[in-house]
Design a protein. Structure first.
Length: 179
């Protein structure tokens, strides 16, 4: 297993992330479910509202770039410079979620399929989209049936989006922050 490609010292708890994606839904939450947003945010940053590591233009839980922030702004306000900018996304977790959902909303209006919107969001990486969709399916079943919502099941679902160690010091850091 390869080492996680960025620091893992600011992973947000799973329950907090569920709350963030539930309070900041897409315009079509049946197509772009909270579980899908969780899958995207886990695969991109492991629930960390961060700059692209070690350097790069992407920011936030969903790692959106400046050109994508512009598209999200145009969709929400018709203005290229508001309501989102990179610093505000990094400073406010709700705004980070809102910017990613606005971008998906924009893609969903212009593209006819869920997969098409996800391909645009992922910069045409079908393998990544497949990971998101597999994780979404697993997380949806857990979120629908809270009896199955335990750390082991959540971690198994998240593994579908981004593989991480199942034991050892990195695992302990991830697990303690998630729960």
């Amino acid at each position: 297993m390869s080492k996680i490609p960025f620091p893992i010292n600011n992973i947000q708890p799973f329950a907090k992330m569920v709350q963030l994606v539930t309070l900041n839904p897409t315009i079509n939450p049946l197509q772009f479910t909270p579980a899908l947003m969780l899958a995207i945010f886990w695969e991109e940053t492991m629930f960390q509202n961060m700059k692209q590591w070690p350097s790069g233009p992407a920011v936030g839980f969903g790692q959106i770039e400046k050109s994508s922030i512009t598209l999200a702004n145009l969709f929400v306000s018709g203005n290229t410079h508001s309501p989102f900018d990179a610093q505000l996304i990094l400073n406010d977790e709700n705004v980070s979620v809102q910017a990613s959902t606005a971008l998906l909303n924009r893609y969903s209006v212009n593209l006819t399929t869920k997969n098409g919107a996800l391909m645009a969001y992922s910069k045409n990486r079908q393998a990544i989209v497949n990971k998101w969709l597999n994780c979404e399916t697993a997380l949806n079943s857990l979120l629908i049936n809270p009896l199955g919502l335990n750390p082991s099941n959540v971690e198994d679902a998240l593994q579908l989006a981004r593989v991480f160690p199942k034991s050892g010091s990195e695992y302990n850091i991830i697990h303690q922050q998630l729960f």
